[in-house]
Structure formats: C-alpha cells, structure tokens
Design a protein around this ligand. Structure first.
Ligand SMILES: [Zn+2]
Length: 270
C-alpha cells in the first residue's frame, strides 16, 4: 500500500491511496447512515427487521460487498440520533448504534478493521477495510462530558457539532436564527483538538462554520459540496472552502443529487 499523505502541523491528513501495481484509487468514504438503519431495523422500525446483513443488505446503502466492489480503503460510520428522539433517550440510541457497529459490522466481518486513531490508516493490511466511528450531532451526549469521553474512547475520529437542528453546543444549518457555537460548543471543539478529533462543519450554520474554523485545529467537512456549483444550505461558499484549505482542513464531497444540482430529489437526506 502506498499512502499519499502529508504530515502537517495539525497532524495526519489522509488524502488518497493507491495500491502498488493497480490503477484504481482507494476510496475513503467519510459518511454513511448504516448504523442508524441497523438500529431502526433492530427496533422493528423502517428498513425492515433484522437480520439486515452488513454483508449485502441493499437497504443499508453501504455494505461490505459494495465496499469491496468499490475498492474502499475505509468507511466512516456516523452515530446519528433522529431529532424527534426525546432528550433523555438520546444516549441510549447512541449506545445502540455503537453496539450495532461492534456486533453487526466488526464481529461478523473480519475484513472490517476498527480504526481508532489516524495512525491506524498505516496499519491496514491488503484485503482489510478500515471502519471508523464518527458522531453527527452533539445531541447524543448533551452536556455530559463523561459520555463525551466515552465516545472518544470508542474511537470517534470526527464530530459534527449539530445536525440541521439546534442543540446545546450549536445551531444547525436548518435553524432559522443561524447562531454559531455556544460556550459549551467552544469547550467541546477544544476537547476535540486535545483528542485529535476533527470537528465537522457539514451541518453548521455560516456563523457556526466560522466559529469552528477559528477554534478547530482539525476542521473537516465530511459531506458538503460547493455552493458556487449548487446553492444548497449545507454546501460551502468559496471563501469558506479557501479558509478550510488555509487551515489544512479536509472536504469530502457528497454524491447525493440535491447537493450537486438544484431541484434534484434526494436519495437520502441525512
Ligand atoms: Zn448529514
């Protein structure tokens, strides 16, 4: 494996990698909703009932067969709590999704290697695909740092401060008042820095984006495109993109139709 990477002041940034003797690029997909779907299926809600196999279930959109077919290097799995889940049940939902990550993805598929640090990208062997946890929205831990530290220990490597709605840390891209980070949110970004966890701006308001960019040592957009090409509220303005690159931030693009061309119907709108 020949990894193209740069060691920057801010730590590792993995760009692309290319297996020796092969023309195809390896892909790192920084967002999918398979954990939510596995959890809902287990609860008997949409996406059918278990067994919903990560091996090949099309309902998951991301599955092992597709990752192998696409020659993936790594797949990030977002822990995402739906906004209508009552506040005091959110942590239980997060735990259930982490449990799905272990029992349905890692334990049943030895090809999937749990990666808990950026250095783990170096240790992947041929035939292995990295599996990485991420958090989409600080709702999961509320203002409880015991829970937040548990998430770090589980190996989340990026954290979105919000989904589209507001929480204790930040307003989300769908929140009309358009606020940025709260004091708690700023404290959490500093904790992300201390733990080498990227802070994701994909669902941030414009103000939230600039708040994060100022504070974060590791700014990241796990699923957002360019507004100059498609004026979607979750896409980034040119000034934002330039500012991200000036701080060695990473931007991973979305192939979901509404983020590419105005008026397109979503295939999935998480
Ligand atoms: Zn999202």
């Amino acid at each position: 494996m020949n990894s193209y990477r740069e060691r920057t002041n801010n730590g590792y940034q993995v760009y692309i990698s290319k297996q020796k003797g092969m023309d195809s690029m390896k892909i790192i997909d920084t967002h999918c909703d398979a954990l939510l779907k596995l959890q809902l299926a287990k609860r008997g809600l949409p996406y059918g009932k278990l067994p919903l196999s990560f091996q090949h279930a099309a309902e998951l959109e991301t599955n092992l067969a597709r990752l192998q077919q696409g020659s993936y290097m790594a797949q990030f799995f977002a822990i995402f709590i739906e906004p209508d889940v009552p506040s005091d049940e959110k942590w239980q939902h997060a735990l259930e999704q982490i449990d799905m990550f272990h029992t349905e993805i890692l334990d049943k598929h030895p090809e999937m290697k749990h990666m808990k640090s950026w250095e783990d990208f170096d240790r992947l062997q041929p035939g292995e695909i990295g599996a990485v946890l991420a958090l989409e929205g600080a709702d999961a831990f509320g203002n409880d740092f015991v829970k937040l530290r548990q998430l770090y220990r589980e190996g989340i490597l990026y954290m979105g401060m919000s989904w589209n709605n507001a929480n204790l840390c930040a307003d989300g891209a769908g929140e009309p008042r358009g606020g940025g980070l709260t004091e708690l949110g700023k404290e959490v970004v500093n904790m992300n820095n201390a733990n080498q966890v990227y802070t994701d701006v994909s669902h941030s308001t414009v103000k939230g984006f600039w708040d994060i960019l100022e504070l974060s040592d590791y700014p990241f957009a796990s699923h957002a495109n360019a507004r100059a090409i498609c004026d979607h509220p979750r896409n980034l303005y040119d000034e934002q993109i330039k500012a991200m690159f000036a701080k060695n931030g990473l931007i991973h693009l979305v192939y979901n139709p509404p983020f590419i061309k105005k008026g397109q119907r979503p295939s999935n709108d998480r």
